[in-house]
Write a protein that binds this ligand. Structure first.
Ligand code: GLN
Length: 501
């Protein structure tokens, strides 16, 4: 029973809105089955939270209130008839980079003003087919480029733990929506940390699957060889379930793996974990540059793992300082190409009175894109230009391969690699906007998984002295999400983090 106080509020004439404190879908489904709650009541509760909290937090840029309410009624009928899908009762938000047919889509950018999706992303289609209810579209950094959700046509998103601070980015709206109980879970995208870093800043679980595990069809492209769709949830069970449903081969995306999708839900249902070989990044635990509480939290978790009999050893990753530059060279290169399609002809914004075609392109793009996106397009164009291609782009590709080879070697010896998700907890709004290098350093620990395509998860690891959430990151073997999720659940369950307690 997860009901708390009653509010004397009525919607639709006769619906009493109750406050719930659900932290996983299985809790909801237990109550749905016993009639303690209905999907209709759940949606009313989340909508009320959105109405109350969104004006300050700015997590949602569009709310599908009527549609979600209607769908909830339909799913309630399916539950009564015994025909409901596996996600019945899951109220979801989706990041503003995922196509949902006949719904607006802007990637947080003015250049897509008025754009409406023509089709639905495969991942979204699959959760809908299992009866998830999509409650709205969530704020993010423009074209998913950012670490703080401050670079966005819809304005900044605020962290619900402290509204003077950022929620992380680029899936900041998706994280805050779950943190502030405006929906149960969100679908975000992670090109260099955009699911894990905001999850860490908001005390949630954020999962980036192996590259190619989930179809990118219908995801607005940023860096196509890095982009992954991933869930942000309150529980590892929900992350496992959502991944299981979204994953797998798709005719619309040739980069999706044909590998069979194991049952991630079964994997996290196991109650025992074998002795594991765990490496941790020495610099990620001992460095003076880390916020002290994060250092202590990491140390405590590692000590606990040792006490449980796991083999826990420090490793030094010689290429660590090269990973971030590699990431920014390659993603800006890919972005400059991907974003060339936004030309004022086919999509969204078009300048008012161009004198010729060239001016139409130039003005539409100058007016439509924000500062950070323009900077990255220019950087990407530069590293791909004939005179600099070898010096930057080719070299970065070689480093990417070296990082992959070295990590592959490491994982021959170890099962998991642990490091913090971020070097600090959520920083104040405006703190890093004038210093891009500092902003990019927020991703120092998250980009490696994307550079090499490995799966990685951020799990809650307590709070700092100011009550701000911290995240612990675990990297697993490619297509080893089942083990990664099971091990992460073991870490969280054996020593519950505050927000999951
Ligand atoms: N913060 C990183 C960037 O700005 C990662 C973004 C992402 O994962 N989409 O590129």
């Amino acid at each position: 029973m997860y009901q708390s106080q009653f509010n004397a509020n009525f919607v639709g004439g006769n619906l009493l809105i109750v406050s719930y404190h659900y932290t996983s879908l299985s809790e909801i489904q237990t109550d749905l089955r016993s009639g303690v709650v209905s999907c209709r009541e759940l949606v009313a509760y989340y909508l009320k939270n959105i109405e109350e909290k969104n004006p300050v937090l700015n997590a949602f840029v569009a709310v599908y209130d009527q549609e979600a309410t209607q769908r909830a009624e339909e799913i309630d009928q399916k539950i009564a008839a015994g025909t409901a899908g596996r996600l019945a009762g899951m109220v979801l938000g989706i990041k503003d980079v995922l196509c949902y047919q006949n719904h607006g889509l802007q990637a947080g950018s003015s250049i897509l003003n008025g754009f409406v999706s023509q089709f639905t992303a495969t991942a979204v289609q699959r959760v809908l087919a299992e009866d998830a209810i999509i409650i709205g579209r969530q704020n993010c950094d423009e074209f998913a480029m950012g670490s703080s959700n401050e670079s966005c046509a819809f304005g900044v998103v605020r962290n619900a733990a402290d509204t003077s601070r950022v929620p992380g980015g680029s899936s900041g709206g998706s994280a805050v929506a779950v943190q502030a109980d405006m929906c149960l879970a969100s679908l975000g995208s992670d090109t260099g940390g955009s699911v894990r870093q905001p999850a860490a800043f908001c005390g949630l679980v954020g999962l980036k699957p192996t590259y190619g595990r989930v179809s990118r069809w219908g995801l607005i492209a940023y860096g196509s060889s890095f982009d992954c769709i991933g869930p942000i949830t309150k529980s590892i069970d929900d992350a496992a379930l959502l991944l299981e449903i979204m994953a797998g081969a798709d005719d619309f995306d040739s980069t999706v793996s044909q590998q069979p999708v194991p049952s991630f839900t079964q994997a996290v249902a196991k109650t025992t974990v074998q002795k594991q070989k765990v490496a941790y990044l020495r610099e990620g635990v001992e460095s003076e540059a880390l916020q002290p509480e994060i250092r202590q939290a990491m140390q405590a978790k590692l000590d606990w793992l040792r006490e449980q009999g796991h083999e826990v050893e420090p490793i030094d990753f010689a290429l660590l300082s090269y990973i971030l530059p590699t990431y920014y060279i390659l993603t800006t290169a890919e972005a400059s190409s991907n974003l060339s399609r936004f030309d004022g002809v086919r999509y969204g914004h078009r300048t008012a009175t161009p004198v010729d075609l060239m001016e139409l392109y130039k003005k539409s793009r100058s007016e439509g894109f924000g500062k950070e996106v323009k900077k990255r397009i220019m950087l990407g164009t530069f590293v791909l230009s004939a005179s600099y291609y070898d010096a930057y782009y080719t070299k970065a590709q070689k480093v990417r391969r070296l990082v992959k080879n070295q990590t592959d070697e490491l994982f021959k010896k170890y099962d998991f690699l642990i490091m913090p998700t971020t070097p600090t907890t959520a920083f104040p709004i405006g703190d890093k906007t004038e210093d891009p290098l500092q902003m990019y350093l927020a991703d120092i620990f998250t980009v490696q998984a994307n550079v090499i395509g490995y799966p990685a998860i951020s799990i809650p690891a307590g709070t700092d002295a100011q009550g701000l959430p911290m995240g612990l990151q675990v990297l697993g073997k490619p297509f080893g999400e089942a083990d990664l999720l099971a091990f992460s659940k073991y870490i969280v369950a054996k020593e519950p983090a505050s927000s999951l307690a």
